[in-house]
Design a protein around this ligand. Structure first.
Ligand SMILES: *Cc1c(COP(=O)(O)O)cnc(C)c1O
Ligand SMILES: [Zn+2]
Length: 421
């Protein structure tokens, strides 16, 4: 058993504030509010400085005092610290002054931001003594649980809607995990997982380990601040499935401010969804915090297709409290977004990245995002995992014989090129 962390003190109900011990529990007994990790910020403030953080390895664990485990991380120790790319060509295309891409398409080891949450959840699962871990997933979480459980020697079960993309299915199967396809949407997968978790006592990263899992998302916010030279960006655009990532980037900016690691400054967070499953964005646009479930998501953006988003209410309040907003985009706009990001910045994102890019464009065009202040967009998963979405939408290679004459006739005519130069 590890000594309890002097920094991570309790779980705490988001609704009534009641404190709970740091166990595999996730809802309050009194009001069914979600439990969240709570910290002793005074103790953290005495040790955690910019200098200490900068002296550590380039992984998400350089902020370890603000992550909810007791000992040293044992799973996903190399996750995080992905590039923050100054996206000048995309900025020009969108007509804004200062734009950055937080590029989690290259997160280690499974090419999505989910490696952050799984690293924390499985490190904590081991501390709590679990031998079998599991999840309900729209694809990326399954990939990450499968890979990280394999490397940790944990047994794993991943439950997914049966109609996911090939890349997401193979990207779980290859690790030798138990992949269970469910006839149904994510909400039905998740409900089944709650029943299994209650019955067999496995560590479900997004059910009974959810308070630990969710905190891993904060690392994306911490990294953005550090990579901007210890500044909070004025505007951050974040894709939403359950809404958790958005609430945790909001929390991360708040914690860095509270600890004096960044200067207090106004910031706004914006949420991005697909129109075919955009319950949080649509509630935000209607001006309410009542999220209407989407029983049958219909979109190519499967990774964000959660019809009953667990953190939707809190995401709306985070956007509202910071003066942010939300948008949603059609599948055609998603594909345009994927291509725009790829052509401008050389970054091949999955459908969720197309959502974020296209929603950013829409928020700029409608004046919700100003053109002369810093904007960070969070690109959360790699395009090689969702190839179906763009097959046939990017043209095809021109096929010729291996002859110079044919090349000059059909591809590149030097005289014509000189004439137009
Ligand atoms: C899971 C996921 C998200 C966000 O999920 P939340 O449930 O809102 O935290 C964003 N992008 C991708 C690619 C994902 O897989
Ligand atoms: Zn409560």
């Amino acid at each position: 058993m590890d000594k309890p962390s002097p920094y991570f003190s309790n779980l705490k109900c988001r609704e009534c504030g009641k404190l709970y011990p740091k166990e595999a529990i996730h809802v309050c007994d009194f009001d069914f509010g979600p439990l969240e990790a709570a910290y002793d910020y005074e103790a953290i403030g005495k040790v955690l400085t910019r200098q200490l953080i900068e002296s550590r390895a380039h992984t998400m664990w350089r902020y370890r005092e603000l992550l909810p485990i007791d000992g040293e991380p044992t799973v996903g120790t190399q996750v995080g610290f992905t590039p923050l790319v100054k996206a000048d060509r995309l900025a020009k295309a969108l007509g804004v002054r200062e734009l950055y891409v937080k590029n989690d398409t290259v997160n280690y080891p499974t090419l999505s931001f989910k490696d952050r949450v799984v690293s924390v959840a499985l490190s904590r699962a081991r501390e709590l003594g679990f031998k079998t871990v599991a999840c309900a997933s729209t694809g990326n979480l399954a990939n990450s649980v499968a890979a990280n459980a394999a490397s940790a020697g944990l047994k794993s079960y991943v439950l997914i809607p049966a109609d996911l993309e090939q890349g997401k299915v193979l990207g779980s199967l290859v690790y030798g995990t138990n992949v269970i396809g469910i006839h149904g949407a994510y909400d039905q997968v998740n409900r089944l997982c709650s029943e299994i978790a209650g019955k067999y006592g496995w560590g479900f990263v997004n059910v009974n380990l959810r308070p630990y899992y969710a905190e891993g998302s904060k690392s994306m916010g911490f990294e953005i601040c550090e990579q901007l030279g210890w500044h909070i960006p004025r505007h951050t655009v974040i894709p939403m499935a359950s809404g958790s990532l958005l609430t945790k980037i909001h929390k991360a900016y708040g914690e860095f401010t509270k600890l004096g690691l960044v200067d207090a400054a106004p910031f706004s967070v914006y949420g991005a969804q697909a129109t075919g499953c955009g319950p949080i964005a649509q509630a935000m646009k209607r001006g309410t915090d009542i999220v209407k479930p989407v029983p049958k998501p219909e979109t190519i953006v499967k990774s964000l297709a959660i019809g009953t988003p667990a953190d939707g209410y809190y995401a709306i309040h985070a956007m509202r409290d910071t003066g942010g907003f939300a948008e949603d985009v059609t599948d055609e706009e998603v594909i345009e977004g994927i291509k725009l990001l790829a052509e401008c910045e050389g970054i091949f994102a999955e459908t969720a990245g197309g959502v974020t890019t296209a929603c950013t464009r829409k928020l700029i065009e409608t004046g919700k995002l100003p053109r002369d202040e810093s904007i960070v967009i969070c690109i959360t998963g790699h395009g090689l995992k969702t190839q179906e979405a763009i097959v046939g939408k990017c043209g095809a290679p021109r096929v010729i014989k291996p002859s110079l004459r044919e090349f000059e006739e059909q591809v590149y005519n030097p005289d014509a090129a000189a004439a137009t130069a």
